[in-house]
Design a protein around this ligand. Structure first.
Ligand code: ATP
Length: 461
């Protein structure tokens, strides 16, 4: 496995997130709740931008997608049909050694018996030989109750994926969206999984946000659309500045495939802890619609009005994590460099992802500069998220903006008071250019929509 030679480590990201108010430990004043995080101001803005860019790419710039926002609580039969109820209630053991893999205890014992061994002997991890945990009947779904009486009839689950909300609405959408396969339904929302091994900051948490598409296609077109979605989704990350050599596609092999999937590929990113899944792109066949049709007794197929052909569409599912994506964008953007003998820490975020696009800063806090800067700021913020900052030395203010990834600084100085020009400071190159104050908003808008590539060097080996 390749290891990053970047300056970035997960500890540095965690500490930057805390220092600059991106992400905090949840319920910190009570000692925190394990693997649960709260997004602060800049974290909210960054993650919102990630989601907005996703919506832009999968919905706004296409003709074949509609949006959905389904409830987190769903009819319990949903989880019977989807296989989550049965699939997640097996006796699970987990490797406490190196590989941390989870295994079905019953499967391990069956395999030993099939080879003539003693099925009651102590088990070790078949992958790395590590010690295994005690078996637990583990259901990944969080369970709760609806209404005042807590009995089996009131049991509901927090959804472990947003996907099922899409499948159960297939009929509604078909009726109202005026779409025919190939077309997709896109949704962003919270999902919950009682993960056995959460960790690596916001990489794996028990409550997280997903950005999922279920793309319905005529069965014969499924392989082609699977490939198309892999290409589309990979480009989305690189278009938003992630270095191509830090991304890869990994196909799932035989027994790694989920019960519903005929083919799955993961987009993986080279995180500080190594290559890890960022997004899964699965060919789910007709599994979900067929299951829900059977359990609900509703017809969930499609009749082609041209040919009269009736079929259950096949589904391609690009399923991304909004938090995991946000983490990848931050990790890829994190940089350190020496500037005039001082260390500069910065996030080289794509300008469209940056929480704040420009900071308007008077060089000194007197001589009419703050008033002039404030007026420029008030015009600019009508066009893009901006900040006005008068606190502390100019160097300190730049350092703060660098750390939150603000791509441009607009500085008002003594010359501005004479000729109505300002300097534009570029976060990445540190280049300063002087332009008329009246042109600032147009110029920054132009830069915001220009193509952008990370200036960070290639480091994957
Ligand atoms: P993993 O193998 O990492 O647990 P998965 O294969 O179970 O992930 P999927 O069910 O394919 O994940 O979910 C799609 C996407 O949702 C993942 O690629 C990831 O970005 C995100 N995701 C899944 N589980 C979590 C989690 N516990 N915390 C944060 N994001 C998650």
């Amino acid at each position: 496995m390749s290891t990053p030679t970047d300056a970035v480590t997960m500890d540095k990201i965690v500490s930057l997130c805390k220092r600059r108010g991106f992400i905090f430990q949840s319920s910190e004043i009570y000692g925190g709740l394990a693997s649960t995080y709260d997004y602060g101001h800049y974290g909210v803005l960054l993650k919102s931008n990630v989601k907005a860019e996703w919506w832009r790419a999968v919905l706004q710039e296409r003709d074949d997608m509609v949006a959905l926002d389904a409830a987190i609580l769903m009819h319990p039969r949903t989880w019977e049909a989807s296989g989550h109820l049965a699939g997640f209630t097996d006796p699970l053991v987990q490797c406490l050694g190196k590989c941390k893999k989870r295994w079905r205890e019953d499967h391990l014992r069956e395999a030993i018996e099939a080879e003539g061994g003693d099925p009651d002997a102590p088990l070790v991890c078949p992958e790395c030989g590590g010690e295994l945990s005690e078996p637990r009947n583990f259901n990944l779904m969080f369970e709760t109750h609806m209404g005042p009486v807590q009995d089996e009839g009131s049991q509901v689950f927090l959804r472990p994926e947003t996907a099922q909300g899409i499948f159960v609405n297939f009929k509604n959408v078909m009726q109202f969206a005026r779409k025919r396969p190939p077309f997709g339904i896109a949704q962003v929302g919270k999902s919950f999984r009682n993960e056995i091994t959460p960790g690596n900051f916001i990489f794996r948490t028990r409550e997280f946000e997903q950005m999922e598409i279920e793309f319905f296609v005529p069965p014969a077109q499924a392989p082609e659309w699977h490939q198309r979605w892999m290409d589309e989704r990979l480009s989305w990350y690189t278009d938003l500045g992630i270095r191509a050599d830090h991304l890869r596609l990994r196909r799932h092999e035989g027994d790694e495939l989920s019960h519903y999937s005929s083919a799955t590929s993961d987009i993986e990113y080279l995180f500080p802890m190594g290559w890890s899944e960022l997004e899964g792109i699965a060919n789910r066949g007709d599994f979900d619609l067929t299951q829900h049709a059977e359990y609900s007794r509703e017809k969930l197929d499609y009749v082609d009005p041209g040919t009269g052909e009736r079929y259950v569409p096949h589904v391609i599912e690009p399923s991304a994590g909004a938090d995991r994506g946000t983490l990848a964008f931050m990790v890829d953007a994190y940089d350190e460099e020496q500037v005039e003998g001082r260390e500069r820490v910065l996030l080289r975020l794509h300008p469209r992802l940056a929480p704040v696009k420009a900071a308007v800063l008077p060089l000194v806090n007197k001589d009419g500069q703050p008033e002039k800067a404030r007026a420029i700021y008030e015009e600019l913020r009508k066009r893009m998220p901006a900040e006005f900052d008068t606190g502390g030395s100019i160097g300190k203010r730049y350092r703060r903006q660098d750390e939150i990834g603000t791509p441009w600084g607009v500085t008002v100085d003594h010359q501005s008071m004479e000729d109505d020009t300002v300097t534009l400071r570029d976060r990445d190159s540190l280049e300063q250019t002087r332009i008329p104050a009246a042109e600032v908003a147009d110029e920054l808008e132009r830069r915001l929509h220009a193509e952008w590539r990370s200036p960070k060097p290639v480091t994957a080996g």
